[in-house]
Design a protein around this ligand. Structure first.
Ligand code: UDP
Ligand code: MN
Length: 272
């Protein structure tokens, strides 16, 4: 079988992330991409939350959580992970379940596609990024949102992968080893599984905290993917909502489909 097809893939395991995916899918459609847009979903999402995604042209694919061991699940359970590897830089919303993140790895089973670009459901795409399909596995941007030291780590909110059942099997074997603890879940795991990851420019996964921590890096004319890591733009009154207002307003424009601005016309942050 020749495989020529490309897909953007995201993951939703509950109604909150389905809201995120709505803005993401709409933003992708607006880039004019000919690639498929596929939403992997688990049993945790109602049909009513998925229907609007299909109406926008996304395909839906049921994905089970991974068959990880009870001990693995216990170690990565939300309260335990937050206690053993506390988040000091920002807050995770209550609807975020760390274990669910690992279901991302299911995209390696989408072997009907040649290449996949995975994008977190809490991101929006501001311009066409189809050229990412020509990038090798595994390509991802650095986890930059505070300082230069961040360049050591990758962020798993946007990455290029090549589906393969063989890779998927090897991943499962490497993932659930006795005592394995992945403090930042799929992100820590993927960085360890692909130690030679290829670096994408930060503009392919611009993290929202750059807006106030590293404003000199911000440039609306270069940003392709905007990623709302930590607090989500649809959370009511989150602690950074005031500081991130222009970014939150932009997300809502994509979510409602109303008055979506040209990203090139947006104002860079103070300090830029
Ligand atoms: N996700 C999900 N349900 C969860 C946790 C995560 O569907 O309970 C998916 C969703 O696509 C989300 C991604 O996994 O965008 C990674 O989680 P998140 O974006 O919240 O992590 P952050 O970017 O804040 O580190
Ligand atoms: Mn995210």
């Amino acid at each position: 079988m020749t495989r020529t097809r490309n897909a953007y893939v995201t993951l939703v395991t509950n109604a909150d992330y389905a809201m995120g995916a709505l803005a993401l899918v709409r933003s992708l459609k607006l880039t004019g991409t000919p690639a498929d847009i596929l939403v992997m979903h688990t049993g945790g999402v109602d049909a009513s939350a998925l229907a609007p995604l299909e109406q926008l042209g996304a395909k839906l694919a049921k994905a089970e959580l991974l068959p990880t061991s009870a001990a693995f699940n216990e170690r990565h359970q939300r309260a335990k992970l937050h206690a053993d590897a506390p988040f000091t830089k920002g807050n995770k919303p209550t609807f975020h379940t760390p274990l669910d993140n690992f279901a991302k790895l299911r995209l390696w089973q989408l072997t009907q596609y040649e290449r996949v670009v995975f994008i977190d459901a809490d991101a929006i795409v501001l311009r066409n990024i189809d050229r990412l399909f020509a990038y090798p596995e595994f390509s991802a941007a650095p986890n930059v949102y505070e300082s230069l030291a961040d360049f050591h780590r990758m962020n798993s909110g946007v990455f290029v992968a090549r589906p393969s059942e063989d890779t998927f099997r090897r991943m499962l074997a490497a993932l659930d080893r006795p005592d394995a603890f992945w403090r930042r879940t799929d992100q820590t795991f993927l960085q360890s599984f692909f130690p030679d990851w290829h670096g994408l420019p930060v503009f392919f996964n611009m993290l929202q905290y750059v807006w106030f921590n590293l404003p000199e890096l911000w440039d609306w004319t270069s940003i392709s993917v905007l990623h709302y890591q930590y607090e989500k733009p649809w959370e009511e009154d989150h602690p950074k909502a005031e500081r991130l207002k222009p970014l939150i307003d932009l997300w809502h424009a994509y979510h409602t489909g109303k008055a979506i601005p040209d990203p090139n016309s947006l104002q860079n942050p103070p300090g830029k």
